[in-house]
Design a protein around this ligand. Structure first.
Ligand SMILES: *Cc1c(COP(=O)(O)O)cnc(C)c1O
Length: 377
């Protein structure tokens, strides 16, 4: 079956005892046992809840892994995965990693003795060069945020395999509809489900999928012990969001393509970053591992003043952090999503004052273009 069908028929769409076609929200923190030594399928909601179970099974199926895990936010999911590592371990991470991931690695996990090196992942040779005796993991995002740089996931998973490392990919930008890293050899897929999977700017959530049983068991232990689980109400909202993922992503992509092409022809715009443009660096690799460009367009104005003026005058796109929602969201990475990054690191990775990131929503693309044109002039 094609993804569009599978997304609605994962085997978890019907509640078995009543036949309800929407999985109910089980607001229960604990589950009664019949005898002291006789356990049912559920005990205490931190270890499992029927609503969360359905969501976790759905994301595992869509990513092609063995087991899924739902967390209270994307960063809770990322932090829980990072708890797989121990003091003295070293991880190689893409240098343009999500700002919050950079923050938790450099502000928190480094205190716990987990070492990190940030590297340009567009060149797999640089990843290899960064490996040390104590390297235990590699962590990638592709397309990256906010410049949509492309990492060759097959190459990264091969490096991980050859060196006995755990490979992790944050797949937030593309979702399993457009990219399935486990099929490319990656061990762990992570999502901020706050973005496209939820899709409506109405919840915070994180998801993790493990490719193999042993990794799944270790993550299960962390999820239960650390306890950053997603509540049943948000699990339900997220399942509802996922039902329309394909329909939304198709519209996000076609709108983003129109906007990217229009921006590329604007004299006030210096550069456009969108994996659907023919000259986007790494496009060939992207097309070999993903089924579409996604819905994020970043662009550089001729000057920082022009970027600020645009952001102050744009009306249809909300000036906000976050992305992947039905409404367009425009942001200024340097003071917003990437504010937590060291200024030198920002400059090195191209996050400067002339840069704007646009998450293209489901509005009519013609209206979005008209609004941007008015804001630019
Ligand atoms: C937003 C985001 C996160 C963090 O997720 P939260 O749900 O905000 O905690 C992680 N990675 C990427 C790529 C993101 O866009």
């Amino acid at each position: 079956m094609k993804f569009g069908t599978r997304i609605l028929h994962t085997g978890n769409e019907i509640e078995q005892t009543t036949g309800a076609v929407s999985i109910p929200v089980y607001h229960a923190s604990t589950f009664k046992q019949n005898k002291v030594d006789e356990f049912g399928p559920y005990e205490y909601a931190r270890s499992g809840n029927p609503t969360r179970d359905a969501l976790e099974a759905i994301i595992a199926k869509l990513e092609g892994g063995v087991r899924g895990f739902a967390f209270s936010s994307g960063i809770a999911a990322i932090s829980s995965v990072l708890l797989l590592f121990s003091p003295g371990d070293h991880i190689v991470v893409c240098e343009d990693v999500y700002g919050g991931t950079y923050r938790v690695l450099t502000g928190l996990f480094n205190r716990l003795g987990i070492e990190v090196t940030f590297v340009d992942f567009t060149d797999p040779a640089k990843v290899k060069t960064a490996l040390r005796r104590n390297t235990k993991g590699v962590y990638a995002e592709t397309p990256s945020n906010p410049l949509l740089k492309i990492t060759d996931l097959r190459a990264v998973s091969a490096i991980a395999r050859e060196n006995g490392l755990l490979s992790m990919v944050d797949n937030t930008f593309l979702t399993p509809y457009l990219q399935r890293p486990i099929e490319l050899g990656i061990d762990i897929v992570i999502h901020s489900a706050t973005k496209y999977l939820g899709g409506h700017s109405d919840l915070l959530a994180g998801l993790v999928v493990a490719a193999d049983k042993q990794t799944a068991e270790r993550i299960n232990y962390i999820q239960y012990s650390f306890g950053a689980v997603l509540g049943p109400q948000d699990c339900w909202l997220l399942m509802r969001g996922i039902k329309t993922l394909k329909a939304r992503m198709d519209m996000h992509q076609s709108g983003a393509r129109k906007l990217a092409e229009w921006l590329a022809g604007c004299p006030e715009v210096k550069e456009v970053y969108f994996p659907g443009l023919p000259d986007h660096p790494g496009k060939e690799i992207h097309d070999s591992q993903a089924d579409g460009p996604g819905g994020i367009v970043s662009f550089r104005m001729q000057t920082e003043e022009m970027a600020k003026r645009l952001l102050e005058n744009v009306k249809l796109s909300a000036l906000a952090v976050s992305l992947g929602a039905v409404e367009s969201i425009i942001s200024y990475p340097v003071t917003m999503s990437h504010a937590g990054m060291h200024p030198d690191h920002r400059v090195r990775t191209g996050v400067t004052g002339d840069l704007i990131r646009l998450s293209v929503g489901l509005e009519d693309p013609g209206d979005l273009i008209e609004d941007l044109a008015a804001a630019i002039s």
